[in-house]
Design a protein around this ligand. Structure first.
Ligand code: SPV
Ligand code: MG
Length: 543
């Protein structure tokens, strides 16, 4: 059943139904969750939430925007308080078309003049609309709607204006004849007598809606017995929000601390829930590349890179600009593109520069960067991972650039520890550089094989025909692999803290292999490079 049909059923059913006020997306959601079957999009509270008066200071397109937000996040019907229809019959026609586009089920228009004033303000001096002119608006609305269930509720303000029951009935009759689906009879007194008198005279010509803001003490049974169709709780949602905001911020302004306030607030988790984060989490499972969606990454970017001379005099190697973006920024962009969830970097040399240029990056500081190696930075990075952590962790060097398929295939590969190895390693160019040469269980073959290839050894003592390639500085860890790496590092820290400080990644891998940990190798053929010296830097600019 679509919303307009649902609303029409509520309006015409024999039961007394309720519509509760909402003024934006989140309040509409809260109203639906509370169990209400309809929402009153109140002119008073929507304008108040915008910080303006209920005098048509908010434009009708601003109101439409709010209605769209409310409608998008709810499944129950919305009746909009459309004031006087924001103009004459022609404005009403356009309004109805726009409301239907946004899935709004019903519109209430009141027989006052534009710009209107709230009924509880200076009621008796408020002028009412000419009856025929207002009937023209109702007819125009009914002729415009394309969904036969869209409801037009005509609001009679005669009692508000102090014009008495006779005038109220005269108007209600005319509006009913003009095609209104229901009458809203409004009153501002604290007793229900005048609306009850109206209903007695009116009988059951069409459904009657009331707004018991001032005569709220009347027992519900009275309204039921009188045969009203719907009650609008017109402003309680915003009033309770205002009260709560005032209390909280007043206390906060005084105490300058949330210690005593925190327990009285909803959690941030509750905001996420209301925003629909659980749905997004599910959708990510369906639509994001599986492994990347669950991955976090740590970029090891603490070192200066002295080999690059003046280029890294006052900034770390990872902040070198290649093609207009720093190496670090390039990695962040690539990892974002493949959907890696949390990207962090271990920084050291020139850390302020990183913080300034990449303020949103999670940064872990290695203050001993001058006397430590990557193994130690990795240890710091791993220690900073959140306890409730994702399925995969991607570790990368800070001075590498690569095509985005490379981290993707590492994350998707089977194995608890997976490293990328380039078979096109640059022999002969490594005298000055630190190149991580690797020996593997099998050399690269162009034919497809299901046999997993594993690391046997990494380091400068891998020579000759044993060399299968060069480690590219990227490693993917499963939760189990992460555990193994953590254990090795923790053991080294315990037994030989100094060794941990100068630990190279090759030593870490060899230790893992020694302990029987399988390290899977994924061969690549280029499509990456690292920046160890000026020649590399030049090459990187053409990457
Ligand atoms: C509103 O909620 O904006 C209404 C009802 O129009 S009242 O404020 O009672 O007039
Ligand atoms: Mg209003």
């Amino acid at each position: 059943m679509i919303k307009a049909e649902k609303f029409r059923k509520l309006l015409t059913s024999q039961d007394l139904d309720f519509a509760c006020e909402a003024h934006n997306g989140i309040s509409a959601k809260i109203v639906e969750e509370a169990g209400f079957k309809a929402i009153w999009a109140s002119g008073l509270t929507m304008s108040a939430a915008m910080g303006v008066r209920d005098n048509n200071e908010a434009s009708w397109t601003q109101v439409l925007d709010i209605l769209e937000q409310m409608s998008d996040v709810t499944t129950i019907p919305i009746m909009v308080d459309a004031d006087t229809g924001y103009g004459n019959f022609n404005n009403v026609r356009r309004l109805v078309a726009k409301l239907e586009q946004r899935g709004i089920a019903a519109m209430c228009i009141e027989d006052k003049l534009f710009p209107k004033t709230n009924s509880f303000l200076r009621g008796e001096s408020q002028q009412l609309a000419d009856i025929d002119e207002f009937c023209g608006k109702i007819k125009a609305a009914k002729d415009t709607q394309t969904d036969p269930n869209f409801s037009v509720v005509a609001r009679v303000e005669a009692l508000i204006a102090g014009l008495g029951l006779k005038e109220a009935l005269k108007r209600a009759n005319a509006y009913h004849k003009a095609g209104a689906d229901a009458i809203l009879i409004h009153s501002k007194v604290s007793k229900p007598d005048e609306i009850l008198a109206f209903k007695r005279e009116w009988g059951n010509k069409c459904p009657v809606v009331i707004v018991p803001t001032t005569y709220y003490q009347t027992p519900l049974e009275t309204f039921k017995d009188a045969g009203f169709s719907m009650i609008i709780w017109a402003n309680m949602t915003l009033r309770s929000a205002i009260q709560s905001m005032q209390t909280t911020v007043t206390r906060l302004a005084k105490s300058q601390s949330i210690v005593d306030i925190e327990d009285s607030l909803v959690s941030v988790a509750e905001i996420f829930r209301l925003q629909g984060d659980p749905e997004l989490k599910e959708a990510e499972k369906r639509y994001l590349p599986v492994t990347a969606a669950k991955a976090v990454s740590i970029i090891l970017a603490a070192s200066q890179g002295k080999e690059l001379g003046d280029l890294t005099k006052d900034k770390p190697k990872a902040m070198l600009e290649v093609g207009g973006r720093s190496l670090l920024q390039r990695q962040i962009d690539t990892l974002n593109e493949i959907g890696v969830r949390r990207i962090s970097a271990v920084v050291g040399f020139g850390k302020d520069r990183v913080a300034k240029h990449l303020p949103n990056l999670v940064q872990i500081v290695n203050d001993d960067h001058g006397v430590t190696q990557e193994g130690y930075s990795l240890w710091l990075g791993l220690k900073s991972l959140p306890a409730e952590h994702c399925d995969k962790t991607l570790i990368t060097y800070g001075d590498v650039v690569y095509k985005k398929y490379i981290p993707s295939i590492l994350l998707e590969a089977d194995g608890d520890i997976v490293i990328g190895v380039d078979v096109n390693w640059r022999s002969g160019e490594s005298e000055n550089n630190y190149t991580d040469l690797v020996a593997c269980s099998e050399h690269f073959r162009k034919s497809i094989s299901d046999r997993p290839i594993t690391l046997k050894k990494m380091g400068s003592d891998v020579v000759g025909s044993d060399v299968c390639g060069e480690w590219i500085g990227l490693m993917a860890l499963s939760a189990t692999g992460l555990g193994s790496v953590r254990r090795v590092l923790a053991d080294i820290e315990k037994t030989n803290p100094q060794r941990l400080k100068t630990l190279r990644m090759a030593e870490l891998y060899n230790e893992l292999v020694k302990r029987g940990q399988e390290i899977r190798v994924v061969y690549v053929t280029g499509h990456w490079l690292d920046v160890d010296d000026l020649k590399d830097f030049d090459r990187a600019n053409y990457f």
